[in-house]
Design a protein around this ligand. Structure first.
Ligand SMILES: C[S@@+](CC[C@H](N)C(=O)[O-])C[C@H]1O[C@@H](n2cnc3c(N)ncnc32)[C@H](O)[C@@H]1O
Length: 249
């Protein structure tokens, strides 16, 4: 596993995996990090009559669980490359969805999907406000590898299939009490191709879990170019500005 010393000047912090914070992930996410209820309502409408759906970065299954509550007819496959995350999804959802422990950049599944989505998963959009253009943010921090991943995803879509990527605000530095015992803090460091984020959970000043993740950020126009080269057209933002949607021709 890759370790990184900088930019926080610590020697042994996991880089680019969620193994480091998987144990505390739900504690953070279910205390307002995302509005999962709202997101899954919108996603259910976007997917409409589509049934075979792929989640890119299923994590612990928080989105999948609520999406199935919105519409139990969806047939969901969740992929993720962090074993400790996907195990929690399995504990949460059992056989309600299918799971694939895979890196999206090498995605290899036996079927094609009518829809795919990511909520803070492999890719998402950063929303800098309605006056400004979006930025595509990628958990795969190398540009060519990230493009390869998008190609793999599009190859797994049926013609006419859609890819819905959730929007979220730009990351900021902050600290938040999750319970009497647990404090979460995050710190963002600009990097030439995006940013690096330090996630840290402390119990009474003692660090109990942390990780560094290096993200790639590209402009909305570049994102549209990548998708155009893959035979996809931008459908645009959904009406509530929660998702940006592409469609395979
Ligand atoms: C912030 S979590 C989002 C999880 C879930 N969608 C949610 O909303 O709670 C990002 C997830 O993407 C996964 N991920 C990141 N890079 C990936 C890759 N290259 N292939 C597959 N999964 C990846 C991580 O392991 C992590 O579980």
């Amino acid at each position: 596993m890759t370790k990184v010393a900088n930019p926080i000047n610590k020697e042994d912090v996991d880089l680019n995996t969620y193994e480091g914070i998987a144990e505390f992930y739900d504690e953070l996410m279910t205390k307002g990090y995302y509005d999962y209820d709202e997101l899954t309502k919108e996603l259910s409408q976007i997917m409409g009559e589509r049934r075979e759906i792929l989640e890119l970065g299923v994590g612990t299954g928080l989105v999948a669980e609520l999406l199935l509550k919105e519409n139990s007819k969806f047939s969901l496959t969740g992929i993720d490359n962090t074993e400790a995350m996907i195990k929690q999804a399995q504990d949460r959802l059992g056989d309600k969805i299918s799971y694939e422990l895979q890196d999206v950049t090498k995605l290899d599944l036996p079927k094609k999907y009518e829809g795919a989505f990511s909520v803070g998963g492999c890719w998402y959009f950063i929303d800098n406000g309605s006056e400004k253009s979006l930025q595509l943010c990628s958990h795969i921090d190398d540009l060519e590898t990230s493009k390869k991943g998008l190609q793999k995803v599009v190859e797994h879509l049926e013609p006419g299939g859609i890819l819905a990527l959730a929007l979220q605000p730009a990351h900021t530095n902050y600290s938040k009490e999750l319970s009497n015992e647990l404090i979460y803090s995050q710190e963002i460091f600009e990097s030439p191709n995006g940013f690096t984020k330090h996630y840290c959970f402390k119990n009474k000043e003692k660090v109990v879990a942390e990780q560094m993740y290096s993200y790639l950020v590209v402009s909305e126009n570049d994102s549209h170019d990548f998708f155009a080269n893959l035979g996809c057209k931008p459908i645009g933002l959904n009406s509530s500005r929660k998702f940006f949607i592409y469609q395979k021709r």
